[in-house]
Design a protein around this ligand. Structure first.
Ligand code: AMP
Ligand code: ZN
Length: 474
């Protein structure tokens, strides 16, 4: 398996330190607001990588930090006239709700900065003792000039970084690239006691301290959006390797490309964002995941409704086959097992994913498979044996469902439910919508469709009828 390593700037064979265990650390959200669909791209691609490692038989120990104290959280708590803890708790709950809806597997550990203050203090002390940190009146900084490898991840020399960096000017720093390890508390700010006085940790040290605590001094994989390469990940390396006497911090660095809007990075600060929640009110998690999987994780991707709609159409084909398979398996029909070389598709899927998690290629393999599986079944004159569909479903389960997460485990769930009041009411709305359309009242017919979608009920117009499908959350 090959992984592109940001540190070495080439694809490398993946060799975990202690197979089958793989340690993986992904920078998580700062919990001051709902996360946007750009953040979701990073979280989903990390999730697909983790799922694929599991598919390969690795036991992944996966940690994602939650930054629950920082300037933005404090600012928000002042706006909302509450304390930082309340803000963090509110948005942590929202984070779990939204990642759950996006079909993102739970991490094994979600370390929070505020629950690791002592570990963070211990690491800063280590840095001080090793000569990498200095204290100016309660503010502790990392002395970048002391770390010879500074710049190795971003591939820049210190003087280039100084020239290009947009770093805060601070009189107390010896060098503009030096960064905060411990921030002295200002009036009214939350604080913890420390050897340097009352204050709170800087952002970078949190990841170094918590990854060490939960996954050890050397990680197999560390991932995050490419905006984090500099300075965040560069600083993490400087801290961890200086505190651990040069012990290598990370073997494979993986960085996700930006989700852009009109070629500009989607971000809170530019205001050009959609929350994941907004997008999920229009598209299913599976559609969103397929939309992301169709582009390689490292490249840029423009957010576009057309591409989401195309993904939705494509997904339909996969889901139809999965549902058909579920039905046929239930029926237990006896007949002919059409010829289909599933092994060939499995090999192709794996080859694509082994090549630096080439999900666009892997999804192409799945579309080929769906086409071939439908064709092979259609070519049979007689009954197709349920065993055929078992094989087909098993392939889809291992690949599209378990690795890409684009089929929920309940595909076809609402097919055999039998009559229910809910079902009858939906059918009634479908009928009313049809009448509205016949009267050319498209505003009303669209409203019915959109409102149902908000409830997680997706209408699908076919030639002569409209069917519906329920999202797994509905
Ligand atoms: P934040 O809450 O801003 O620290 O971001 C959480 C994660 O989302 C980090 O890994 C970021 O690098 C990533 N991220 C932020 N914006 C984008 C974007 N537009 N596209 C992809 N990933 C992003
Ligand atoms: Zn981090």
């Amino acid at each position: 398996m090959q992984i592109y390593n940001t540190l070495t700037r080439k694809k490398e064979e993946f060799i975990p330190r202690n197979p089958p265990e793989v340690t993986m650390y992904v920078c998580g959200p700062t919990v001051y607001d709902l996360f946007h669909i750009g953040n979701a791209r990073s979280f989903i691609m990390a999730d697909i990588i983790r799922r694929y490692l599991e598919f390969k038989g690795y036991k992944v120990k996966y940690a994602m930090n939650l930054t629950d104290i920082d300037d933005k959280i404090i600012r928000k708590s002042n706006q909302e006239k509450t304390d930082a803890k309340n803000v963090a708790e509110k948005y942590i709950a929202a984070f779990f709700e939204d990642t759950g809806k996006l079909n993102i597997k739970k991490a094994d550990i979600y370390p929070k900065a505020t629950e690791h203050i002592q570990d963070i203090i211990a690491m800063i002390k280590e840095l001080e003792q090793n000569g990498f940190a200095y204290n100016v009146d309660g503010n502790v900084f990392y002395d970048v000039s002391k770390f010879t490898g500074y710049g190795k991840l971003s591939g820049k020399k210190i003087d280039e970084l100084e020239a290009g960096a947009r770093i805060e000017i601070n009189e107390e720093k010896r060098n503009p690239l030096d960064f905060s390890l411990w921030k002295k508390a200002k009036e009214g700010e939350p604080f913890w006691d420390s050897p340097w006085g009352k204050g709170r940790p800087g952002w970078h040290i949190e990841c170094s301290a918590m990854s060490t605590k939960h996954l050890g001094e050397t990680l197999d994989i560390h991932a995050g959006g490419s905006d984090l390469i500099f300075p965040h990940h560069e600083n993490e390396i400087a801290q961890s390797e200086a505190a651990h006497k040069g012990n290598k911090f990370v073997n494979y660095w993986i960085h996700f490309g930006f989700l852009n809007i009109q070629n500009e990075k989607m971000s809170k600060s530019l205001g050009n964002f959609f929350t994941a929640r907004e997008v999920l009110s229009k598209y299913s998690a599976e559609t969103v995941r397929l939309f992301f999987a169709q582009t390689h994780y490292a490249g840029p991707l423009n957010f576009s409704e057309e591409l989401l709609q195309a993904a939705q159409k494509g997904l339909e084909k996969i889901l139809n086959l999965a549902e058909k398979a579920d039905e046929e398996i239930k029926s237990g029909k006896k007949g002919i097992v059409p010829e289909l070389d599933i092994e060939k598709f499995r090999v192709e899927f794996e080859a694509a994913m082994d090549d630096d998690f080439n999900t666009p290629q892997a999804t192409a393999v799945i579309f080929d498979f769906v086409r071939e599986a439908n064709r092979a079944a259609a070519q049979q004159a007689g009954e197709v044996d349920a065993q055929y569909y078992k094989n087909v479903r098993e392939f889809l389960e291992k690949t599209a469902q378990n690795v890409l997460g684009i089929i929920s485990s309940s595909a076809g769930q609402n097919k055999d439910e039998g009559p229910s009041l809910e079902g009858d009411l939906i059918e009634l709305l479908i009928k009313l919508r049809l009448e509205a359309r016949q009267q050319k009242n498209f505003a009303l017919s669209d409203k019915i469709r959109d409102e149902l979608k908000n409830l997680g009920i997706l209408l699908q117009d076919q030639k002569d009828k409209t069917t519906y499908k329920k999202n797994k959350e509905a």
